[in-house]
Each structure stands twice: as C-alpha cells, then as structure tokens.
Design a protein around this ligand. Structure first.
Ligand code: MG
Ligand code: ZN
Length: 195
C-alpha cells in the first residue's frame, strides 16, 4: 500500500444515512436523518474518505428510471453539503441478477455484499480497505466489509434493530461494532474506541 492511501468510512444509504422508507421512487420520499451531516463532517475533519454505497435494484425492477436515482443522490449530496459535510464518492448498484431487462438485469460484481463498489472506490479514490469500515443497517453491509478485509458496523436505525434482535444470534460473526445510529458509529470508529 502506498503511504498516501487513506481509510474510508463507507455508508449504506437507506436506513443508515436516511430513513428506510422502501423504494425511494421520488425525491419527495427521501428524508435524511438529522445527525447525518454532522457524521459526514466528522469524517471529513478526520481526513478519512466519506463514501456512499447503495443497492438500488428499483432501477432493474423498473420501479423508477435512472434519472430519479440521480435526483435522489443529488438531494443527499446537497442536504449533507447544507450541513457542512462532503462526500468523496457516491456509488450505486442498479442491477438485479434475475429481474428486469438488460443492462440492469445482470449478475454484476457490485450488488452488495459483492465487493465491486468498494473495489471501484479503492481504485478511484485511493482507499486503504484494510483500515476502512462499512456502516449499515443490514447484515449484508457487514458481509460486504468482511469480503474486502474491512470492518463492519451495524446501526440500530432502519432494519438494524430488528436484524440485531431476530437474526444476529444466527450470524457466524458478530458485527465489529453496534451503534445507535450513524453519528455514534462514526465517533466510535474515529476515536479508535471501536478497534
Ligand atoms: Mg440499508
Ligand atoms: Zn451491480
């Protein structure tokens, strides 16, 4: 690893940065959590990379066109910027392995927990994955982290609390960190408490 490579905090979108409301098929359905901009600001200030990684199979399923995803991602970026935070990268998988039409119906390498989005960020942003974390509200976000040798934090927002109560006893590996929400997770990671 070259010395200038930086660790990243990869963040899931729905249920982690913003309320889990099902498919966000219109920008009006997108609602950021009130602590999200503060969390991203903390990542910026620490000199880590702040990167969004989201599965948006609603595109492959034909529920909404790519232009809507672009609008919603722009709303995310703008609302976080209004709170003083900046994302270094925003990545989405728009595929589904068995539903919809080409090019969105695809057995891609980027649908989480497959590592394609993280590998792209590694290449494009100079991420040091071994020092990086993924924060998400689903077990698959943790598996994504572990698939690249990073660590995984589960937040209790979105699906997180239910996954923790009903599913976690069956997981072969526990989360590296459990936090109430994104801000608490980011603060634990950056303070070194979580490692
Ligand atoms: Mg989620
Ligand atoms: Zn994909």
């Amino acid at each position: 690893m070259s010395p200038e490579r930086r660790p990243a905090i990869f963040m899931d979108r729905d249920g982690t940065l913003s309320h889990e409301v099902g498919y966000v098929n219109h920008p009006s359905r997108f609602r950021l959590y009130p602590w999200t901009a503060a969390a991203v600001r903390s990542i910026n200030r620490a000199g880590w990379l702040a990167v969004v990684v989201t599965n948006q199979a609603g595109i492959a399923r034909g529920y909404f066109p790519p232009s809507v995803l672009e609008e919603v991602q722009q709303a995310l970026v703008d609302q976080v910027a209004a709170g003083g935070g900046r994302f270094d990268g925003v990545y989405a998988c728009v595929h589904h392995p068995s539903v919809g039409k080409a090019p969105y119906r695809a057995d891609c390498d980027c649908r989480k927990p497959r590592p394609g989005l993280l590998r792209r960020a590694e290449e494009e942003l100079g991420v040091d994955l071994s020092r990086s974390w993924v924060i998400g509200d689903r077990h698959s976000d943790l598996v994504l982290a572990w698939n690249v040798g990073a660590r995984g934090a589960l937040v209790k927002t979105g699906y997180g609390l239910g996954e923790l109560q009903h599913l976690a006893p069956g997981w072969s590996r526990p989360p590296d960190l459990v936090a109430e929400n994104l801000l608490e997770a980011v603060e634990s990671i950056l303070s070194g408490e979580a490692s």
